[in-house]
Design a protein around this ligand. Structure first.
Ligand code: SF4
Length: 327
C-alpha cells in the first residue's frame, strides 16, 4: 500500500478484558475479544468490516478510538504518528480527527438538549466555535446532513430514526474529522431509510474527503459502500480483499457461508446455501487450531491442531485469507 495514501494502520491489535471471578474455582478469566488484527486504510477509502454479532468488530472499532477498553497491545498509526504510544493528553488532538457514528442514534444523543445545544456543546468543548460562529456552524452542519435548519430547536425524541442518525452524523462531522468509524449505522433503520443514510455517507465522503471503517453484519450494505472488505471471526480477520474480488471470489469457508445467506432479488434463482453448524463460540472458549473448525463444512483433521495465518492467495496479492486449504 502506498504510504503516502495510508491514513490509518493497525498492527497486531489485541483487546483483552477481565471478567469477574465466578464458577466452581472462582478464578478470574480474561476475554480475548480481538486477537492480533492488522490492516491499513487509505485516505478517502471505505474498509468494510463484517462478521456475526460477538465476533469483535465493534470492540475493535471502539478500541481504535480508545473508547471503552482501548487496545491491550499492538500499534495504531494515524497520519504517520503512532497514536497508541500517546497518553490521554497527547491523544486529544487526534480525537477531533477520528470520530464514530453509533448504531443507536437515540441512545447516543442527550435527550435533554436540543440539536442546536448539543452541536454547540461539541463545538465549544473542542474550542472550534462559540456564540454566533457556533450557531452558523450548526446550521451548516444541518445543511450538510440534509436536515431543515429549524430542527436546531428540536429534541432527539421529536425526530424519526433516520433523522436521528443524520443528527448523529452531524455531531461526528462537527469537529472536522478525517476518519469516521461507522458502527452498524443503518442496522436499526427501516430498509427504505437505510439507503438514504448510506447515500448520505457516500456523498459526504466524496465532498469532504472522509475515510471510513464501516462495521456491519449486512453484507449487501457493505458491498455497496466499501472499497475493500475484511471478514472477522472470533476476534481475527479471516479474509480481506477488494469488495469486487471478495464478492466475486470468496475463498474462506466462513465468507462463503455468509455470502450464501445473502438474499438475491430473483425469486426463481437457485443458490447453494451453506448452513453453519452451531453458534459462534464465546470468546472464553476459543477452539484450538483454526477457530472456525467446529463449524467449518470442509474442516480437515489438522484444522483443530494448526492455526492458519492471513496470507495472500491466488493471483491477487491484496486478497488474503486465513485457511489451511490455501497454505
Ligand atoms: Fe475450515 Fe480448516 Fe480452513 Fe479453518 S483452516 S476454515 S477449519 S478448512
Amino acid at each position: 500500500m502506498d504510504p503516502q495514501r495510508q491514513l490509518l494502520s493497525a498492527r497486531d491489535i489485541y483487546v483483552h478484558f477481565p471478567v469477574k471471578p465466578g464458577g466452581v474455582n472462582g478464578r478470574a478469566k480474561r476475554v480475548s475479544a480481538v486477537n492480533g488484527v492488522s490492516f491499513d486504510i487509505c485516505r478517502g477509502e471505505t474498509l468494510g468490516l463484517v462478521g456475526e454479532s460477538g465476533c469483535g468488530k465493534t470492540t475493535l472499532g471502539r478500541a481504535l478510538l480508545r473508547l471503552g477498553h482501548g487496545v491491550t497491545s499492538g500499534s495504531v498509526t494515524f497520519d504517520g504518528q503512532d497514536v497508541s504510544a500517546l497518553d490521554a493528553g497527547g491523544f486529544r488532538p487526534f480525537r477531533k480527527k477520528m470520530q464514530m457514528i453509533f448504531q443507536d442514534p437515540f441512545g447516543s444523543l442527550n435527550p435533554r438538549l436540543t440539536v442546536g445545544q448539543m452541536l454547540g456543546e461539541v463545538l465549544a468543548v473542542h474550542r472550534i466555535a462559540k456564540g454566533d460562529a457556533a450557531l452558523r456552524r450548526t446550521l451548516e452542519l444541518l445543511d450538510l446532513v440534509g436536515l431543515n435548519r429549524e430542527y436546531a430547536n428540536r429534541y432527539p425524541h421529536e425526530f424519526s430514526g433516520g433523522q436521528r442518525q443524520r443528527v448523529g452524523i452531524a455531531r461526528a462531522l462537527a469537529v472536522g474529522p478525517e476518519f469516521i468509524i461507522c458502527d452498524e449505522p443503518v442496522s436499526a433503520l427501516d430498509v427504505s431509510i437505510q439507503s438514504q443514510i448510506i447515500n448520505l455517507l457516500k456523498d459526504l465522503q466524496r465532498d469532504l474527503g472522509l475515510t471510513y471503517l464501516f462495521i456491519a453484519h449486512d453484507l449487501s450494505v457493505v458491498e455497496y459502500i466499501s472499497d475493500r472488505v475484511a471478514v472477522m471471526y472470533l476476534g481475527k480477520i479471516v479474509e480481506i480483499a477488494s469488495s469486487e474480488e471478495l464478492y466475486r471470489n470468496p475463498l474462506h469457508p466462513y465468507t462463503r457461508a455468509l455470502l450464501s445467506a445473502v438474499p438475491i432479488p430473483e425469486p426463481d434463482a437457485k443458490r447453494d446455501r451453506t448452513l453453519l453448524k452451531g453458534d459462534l463460540p464465546g470468546p472464553l472458549n476459543v477452539p484450538s487450531g483454526c477457530g472456525f473448525h467446529p463449524r467449518c463444512p470442509v474442516a480437515r483433521p489438522e484444522c483443530s491442531r494448526k492455526e492458519p495465518g492471513l496470507k495472500a492467495s491466488g493471483s491477487d496479492p491484496l486478497h488474503q485469507v486465513s485457511c489451511l486449504l490455501y497454505e
